[in-house]
Design a binder for this molecule. Structure first.
Ligand SMILES: [Cu+2]
Length: 131
């Protein structure tokens, strides 16, 4: 009886270990395929205040607001900076970035203006793909 219990206990430990290894592997894969790299962030902006950032190189950028996890914007930057790039206006309104999708030419800048009474900020993350 005692021996049976010991065998059963070590078998369940082995199962737990295998599950942990699988979970760790999945997490590692997920982090590699959808990682982001923090580039910069603005201070908190009061109503009417603006902040701008120049996107120097092509890629996909994820814009977030530190206090509000639901505020998201995706900016796709294309080109090599050889084409004259302009300034694109974006808003922070009703606790959302507007528009939520933006396309910008490399070397161009985005100016965000907070229209809300609530303070928001701009966190610029670059999406890093696995490879
Ligand atoms: Cu916000």
């Amino acid at each position: 009886m005692r021996k049976m219990t010991l065998v059963r206990r070590s078998a369940s430990r082995a199962v737990v270990l295998v599950v942990l290894v699988i979970v760790a592997g999945l997490l590692f894969t997920a982090c590699r395929s959808s990682g982001t790299e923090r580039i910069t962030e603005s201070p908190l902006l009061a109503q009417g205040e603006s902040w701008s950032y120049v996107f120097p190189s092509a890629g996909t950028y994820e814009i977030r607001c530190s206090p509000h996890g639901g505020m998201l914007q995706t900016i796709t930057v294309s080109g090599d900076g050889s084409v004259e790039a302009g300034v694109t206006a974006a808003q922070m309104q009703d606790s959302q970035f507007a528009p939520q999708q933006l396309e910008v030419t490399a070397g161009g800048s985005v100016v965000w203006t907070n229209r809300d009474a609530t303070r928001h900020n701009v966190v610029v993350n670059r999406v890093v793909s696995a490879g």
